[in-house]
Design a protein around this ligand. Structure first.
Ligand code: IMP
Ligand code: MG
Length: 180
């Protein structure tokens, strides 16, 4: 029997168990600890979805780092929309900083592109991205994805910060939308 849950009007089935996600977060943290051991970093967390991954990651980082948050919005229900909105802007000065964008998921890449365009004029030392999950079949950009936990099929997922209309972020496993 497959684990399944209902969120609002939809059914989701368990896709990535908690222990595998924890191991993937540890792997990403190990890479960042190695790559930034001689430098400090700013983790730029995209609210709301990335908060869970960001906390999990932070607890495993032993480098000198700060966090900063932005809130963007591109999704409505289970569909990505074309325009990315800035709901909470950036307040910190990132000039000369090594910035790592922290994302829950990269889908089409529109949010990532939007962030790159926003950060480019700010004179960062360098910019990378760490995402818990990404969907290679939906991703439309040439921008590199430096650190990722999982590459996943182009299906809607929830859990570990990822939501369906705001719900499901507190699930410790990742669930995939059931198509029947
Ligand atoms: P992108 O701009 O198309 O890359 O979409 C990125 C944003 O859309 C993510 O930060 C999520 O908020 C949301 N998103 C994309 N795919 C999913 C999904 O499968 N589940 C939940 N949210 C998603
Ligand atoms: Mg997001």
């Amino acid at each position: 029997m497959m684990d399944s849950i209902n969120v609002l009007d939809k059914t989701f089935v368990k896709f990535i168990p908690e222990a595998e996600i924890d191991a993937a977060v540890q792997r990403v943290a190990d890479q960042i600890n190695e790559d930034y051991k001689d430098d400090d970093a700013v983790l730029l967390v995209t609210l709301n979805g990335a908060i869970v991954f960001a906390v999990d990651l932070l607890k495993r980082l032993n480098i000198k780092c700060k966090i900063s948050c932005v809130k963007l919005s591109s999704y409505s229900g289970t569909q990505s929309t074309n325009n990315v909105k800035n709901l909470i802007g950036l307040n910190d000065d990132l000039h000369g900083k090594r910035v790592i964008i922290v994302e829950d998921i990269i889908d089409t890449g529109r949010t990532y592109q939007h962030l790159v365009d926003m950060l480019k004029p700010m004179g960062l030392k360098d910019l990378r991205i760490a995402t818990m999950t990404y969907k290679p079949d939906a991703y439309k950009l040439d921008l590199p994805i430096h650190y990722f936990g999982f590459s996943i099929p182009n299906k809607f997922v929830i859990g570990r910060g990822l939501d369906y209309d705001g719900y499901g972020r507190n699930l410790n496993d990742i669930y995939q939308l059931k198509i029947d």
